[in-house]
Design a protein around this ligand. Structure first.
Ligand SMILES: Nc1nc2c(ncn2[C@@H]2O[C@H](COP(=O)(O)OP(=O)(O)O)[C@@H](O)[C@H]2O)c(=O)[nH]1
Ligand SMILES: [Mg+2]
Length: 245
C-alpha cells in the first residue's frame, strides 16, 4: 500500500491523547500528520511542536488564532493540505476514538472511492464504551440526517475519513454554511451532490478515556438544523449523479 497520506487532526485540549495518537500514526511510513490546534489552554499546541521536532518532516502544526471552531479548523487545515503533494487527505479525531490501525484500510479504499468513511454502522463496525444514551443519540442523528438529506452513507457523522486529494480540493469550502460538528455532514452532502463516490469501511470506535468531549447543546442544535438548511441550499439543486451504491 504505497499511497501517501496527510492526516488532519483538529485539537482542543488533547494533551493527554496526542503522544499516543502520534505514535500510532508514525507506524505507517506513508503517513504524515497535520495538527490544527485552536490555542488549547492545556498546551496541546506546544506539545505538538515537540512531537513534530521528534519526527522531522512528518508532522506539521498549525496554530490557529481568532475564533475557535471545528469547521473553521478543518477549513484552514484542508486549505493548506490540498497544496501538498499527497494522494490522500485524512481527517480524524485526536482523542483515540479513531484507531490509527484502521488507517491503511481507509487509505486503501480510496482506490475505488473519492471519500471513504470509517464507519461504525456497517457490518463489522462497533462502538466501545458509549452509554446507551449516547448510542441512541448517534443512531437517531444518522437516521434523521439520512432521511432529510437522502445521503446513503450509514455513518454520516463519523469524523474519521480519507479523501482523494482532488475530490477534497473540489469542495467549495468558502461557501459552506455550517461550522461546528455539522461541518462533517455538510462535507459529505456537498461531495455526494457533486458526484463523489462514497465508500464505508468498518471501524471500532472507542470513547475517549482522557480529556473531555467538546460536544455541547449549541452543537446539537446546529446539527438538528443543518440538514434542513442543506436541502434548501443552492448546492442541493445539483443533481446527485453518484448518490448510488
Ligand atoms: N481545533 C479544534 N478542534 C476541536 C474543536 N472542538 C473539538 N475539536 C477536536 O475535534 C475532535 C472531536 O472532538 P470531541 O470533543 O472528541 O467530540 P466527540 O467525539 O463528538 O465527543 C477532537 O480531536 C477535538 O480535540 C475546536 O473548536 N477546534
Ligand atoms: Mg471524541
Amino acid at each position: 500500500m504505497s499511497r501517501s497520506a496527510l492526516v488532519i487532526v483538529p485539537t482542543y485540549n488533547e494533551r493527554g491523547n496526542l503522544p499516543t495518537l502520534v505514535a500510532g500514526l508514525m507506524l505507517h511510513p506513508n503517513v504524515r500528520l497535520m495538527v490544527v490546534d485552536d490555542q488549547s489552554p492545556d498546551g496541546t499546541g506546544a506539545l505538538a511542536d515537540e512531537l513534530a521536532a521528534q519526527h522531522p518532516g512528518r508532522i506539521q502544526v498549525m496554530h490557529r488564532t481568532g475564533r475557535r471552531g471545528l469547521g473553521r479548523s478543518y477549513i484552514d487545515g484542508i486549505t493548506r493540505a490540498i497544496g501538498e503533494p499527497v494522494d490522500v487527505i485524512g481527517q480524524m479525531d485526536a482523542d483515540l476514538s479513531h484507531d490509527p490501525a484502521h488507517l491503511p484500510h481507509l487509505i486503501g479504499a480510496t482506490a475505488d472511492a473519492d471519500v471513504v468513511i470509517g464507519s461504525r454502522y456497517v457490518p463489522g463496525g462497533a462502538i466501545v464504551n458509549w452509554p446507551k444514551r449516547r448510542q441512541l443519540l448517534s443512531r437517531f442523528a444518522n437516521i434523521y440526517i439520512r432521511t432529510i438529506t437522502r445521503l446513503s452513507a450509514r455513518d454520516c457523522t463519523s469524523g474519521y475519513r480519507c479523501w482523494r486529494r482532488e475530490a477534497l480540493a473540489a469542495l467549495p469550502l468558502d461557501r459552506f454554511i455550517s461550522d461546528g460538528y455539522s461541518f462533517l455532514v455538510e462535507m459529505l452532502f456537498v461531495a455526494s451532490r457533486r458526484g463523489c463516490r462514497v465508500a464505508e469501511v468498518p471501524i471500532t470506535f472507542v470513547e475517549r478515556r482522557v480529556g473531555e468531549s467538546k460536544i455541547s447543546r449549541g452543537v446539537l442544535l446546529e446539527s438538528a438544523i443543518t440538514p434542513w438548511r442543506l436541502i434548501g441550499s443552492p448546492e442541493s439543486a445539483r443533481k446527485a449523479p453518484a448518490e448510488s451504491r
